[in-house]
Design a protein around this ligand. Structure first.
Ligand code: SAM
Ligand code: SF4
Ligand code: SF4
Length: 346
């Protein structure tokens, strides 16, 4: 597939409009303690959810403005009915160059092949532990085996650059760092370790629970010897490293070494609110104009104007905060579910 020529739009810090994360649902079949630790949630209104036609239409406009790589996320994106159809619709748009998926893997086994055939380019599965009992404690669901089956199915379906994302929490799973690498090797997946972030929804976040990049590297070093930085410098959030035998891995140090200065990503929620930063407290409503009949050009202008004025660097600003706790108080999350990580799509 060849991407059409696009004129890139840049923000006030010179960052281009790049990757678009499309959250297709705010629902989830897990309750990860770093993302959805509460007993009850306020959900987006069903009638507000964008149809696949609306999502694909907006994604096409974004692609024209330079956001030609999309990632489906959620909530759990595979919970949305017939998401394979959305993948096929996006794949049919020549302006969209890459369609990736971030999933918890629970429902992946039965649809991995279908997704690949529909045009999905890449898959990242989130997995924080190799121990079923720990998985249950972390997610409140006894579905560990299904996630492992999902990862194996994605590997068998032949997705290139399969990734496993692991949020590392102190005293919870930080003793499994080498074990995750070993598991990644068995399925041909690259493991990326993510620092536990103080995003909306992480209502139990404390700096004491964060395992910083330096400690992750020290643990890898203790097991494998010297770790070589691969020194790639692009807009990807992960810094990549190689073990002495060449095995590659990533670390996403959003807390201790944020990558805001090169961040080109934005997020569209399932009900059409567009956020220019994971930490942004306000988004731009695209559903309203779309459903009121705004023209393609009007929506394109809205996107361009918002991006041109963007000065967000949420994680860097958070690092400057002296006393750091959860980003958003629980009562505000209840008032506006858009502030939740599981609505925004991570
Ligand atoms: N449900 C899918 C999944 O878990 O892969 C997609 C949505 S989830 C919000 C996207 C990513 O955000 C996951 O990899 C998850 O581990 C990560 N995430 C959620 N809360 C986080 C937190 N507080 N700190 C770091 N990563 C977090
Ligand atoms: Fe876990 Fe993803 Fe669900 Fe959040 S959205 S609870 S990270 S599976
Ligand atoms: Fe991008 Fe905001 Fe994350 Fe910084 S905090 S990397 S600007 S999304």
């Amino acid at each position: 597939m060849f991407g059409a020529e696009v004129a890139k739009v840049h923000d006030t810090l010179g960052r281009p409009l790049g990757q678009l994360r499309l959250s297709v649902t705010d629902r989830c079949n897990l309750r990860c303690r770093y993302c959805m630790p509460e007993e009850e949630y306020h959900w987006l209104r069903r009638e507000d959810l964008l149809s696949y036609e609306e999502i694909a239409y907006l994604a096409g406009i974004f692609a024209e403005k330079g956001a030609n790589k999309v990632r489906l996320t959620g909530g759990e994106p595979l919970l949305r009915q017939d998401v394979v159809r959305l993948v096929a619709m996006l794949a049919a748009d020549p302006r969209i160059e890459e369609i990736a998926l971030t999933t918890n893997g629970v429902l992946l086994e039965s649809c991995a092949g279908e997704l690949r055939r529909a045009g999905l380019s890449r898959v990242t599965v989130s997995l924080d532990t190799l121990r079923p009992e720990r998985f249950f404690a972390l997610t409140r669901q006894d579905l560990h085996a299904r996630v492992l089956d999902g990862i194996r199915a994605a590997a068998a379906a032949g997705f290139p650059r399969l990734k496993i994302d692991t949020v590392v929490m102190r005293g919870v799973n930080d003793d499994e760092i080498p074990a995750m690498i070993e598991f990644g090797r068995t399925v041909g997946a690259e493991v990326r370790f993510i620092e536990y972030m103080d995003v909306g929804g992480a209502t139990h976040w404390s700096p004491d629970d964060v395992v910083p990049r330096a400690s992750i590297l020290a643990r890898l070093q203790a097991s494998y010897g010297s770790i070589l930085p691969l020194g790639e410098n692009d807009s990807a959030p992960a810094e990549r490293f190689a073990l002495p035998d060449g095995t590659a891995l990533g670390i996403i140090a959003s807390v201790t070494a944020p990558f805001c200065s090169s961040c080109d990503r934005s997020r569209l929620t399932a009900d059409g609110a567009w956020y220019l930063c994971l930490y942004a407290l306000r988004g731009f409503d695209l559903r309203g104009p779309l459903r009121r009949g705004a023209t393609r050009e009007e929506i394109a202008h809205l996107i361009e104007d918002a991006w041109t004025a963007r000065d967000d660097r949420g994680a860097e600003r958070r690092r400057e905060t002296r006393v750091r706790g959860p980003l958003v108080p629980l009562e505000n999350l209840r008032r506006d579910p858009h502030l939740e990580m599981h609505t925004r799509g991570g």
